[in-house]
Design a protein around this ligand. Sequence first.
Ligand SMILES: Nc1ncnc2c1ncn2[C@@H]1O[C@H](COP(=O)(O)OP(=O)(O)OP(=O)(O)O)[C@@H](O)[C@H]1O
Ligand SMILES: [Mg+2]
Length: 344
Amino acid sequence: MHAQAAFAPSTRITSVNQLPGDLLDLGPDAPEMDAEEQIENTVMSFRANLVLHMGFQKALKEIARCHRLGRYRIDEPNCLLITGESGCGKSTLRKTYVKQFPRYEEVDRTVVPVLHLQLPSQPTVKNVAERILIQLGDPFAEKGSAEGKTARIVTLLRECRVELVILDEFQHFVDRSSEKVEYKVADWLKSVINESKVPFVLMGLPRCQRILDVNEQLRRRFLPKVALQRFRIEIAAERKQFYSVLRTLERGLPFQSPSALTDKTVVPRLYYATHGVIDHVMKLVSEALGIALSERRATIDQDVLRQAFERAIWADARDQDNPFHSAFKQRPLSGAGEPFYGYR
Ligand SMILES: Nc1ncnc2c1ncn2[C@@H]1O[C@H](COP(=O)(O)OP(=O)(O)OP(=O)(O)O)[C@@H](O)[C@H]1O
Ligand SMILES: [Mg+2]
């Protein structure tokens, strides 16, 4: 698919376009505070927009597929693992999917088509079971033995007509330093999947893969896998995607004049400034929008981006560390003490 096709007009960000066109010219009578508030409002609305880039759409499609197949209630439902580095949009994906299937009340029950939750930082069978029971509305979530809780989960998943479960922060099942996997909880999860026949989508950092590597029974159930990645401009297809994201954002800006976001010389700078991580892209461009509006600039240029980088990404950056400064020599800012340390 061509990169541009991922941003059909109906799916690209829209609301910034709908803001009042006179933001840059608030008029002589507009009180100072109101202008500031309007700018904040514009920036926050811009920031809240969703960019349906290709990786995000692909992941949404895979969740939908898993959900559809789950309705057949086969003995070993097909599950899905979605991994991605911090800020690449896993939780945003979860919330976006779940929004389409809100829970609703019937006379005798609450129907929860998609159950979703974040796993606790130190998962045990007890605390994970409790969290699931709370989400299912069990008033006695903390009561009973592990077996009793598991049985209630299976019953409630059926009673609440749960069709799909999404568990976020699955990397908590793997200890960060020792890479030790919580086998007990992983085994328990497998038995809940089997007994309930409800497909599970697990999301987390790339080290989640380790859980499947060491647990063949879970591994069999989690095919295919999806990675929600940062955009790496070394790879041509991803460079195109990154450019598409920037063009989408550019179209959402409330300026008459074009911004520098899609300039050939600025795109690589934007990459180094954000490491290709969508979270940093949104932060940087939103900050730049705020600066441009406050300083009553005609658009976002490289100088605005330079300031935005300092404010939103790296406050202590020296000139040679700021991708929008002429002294910057192209390099990833992923050394120790730099903003993208720890990213692969
Ligand atoms: N597709 C998107 N469009 C616009 N903004 C996005 C998108 N994906 C993520 N973001 C922005 O990035 C921020 C971080 O995303 P999110 O919390 O989903 O990342 P994550 O992968 O869950 O990270 P972590 O592993 O740290 O939990 C979001 O608050 C949102 O502002
Ligand atoms: Mg998250």
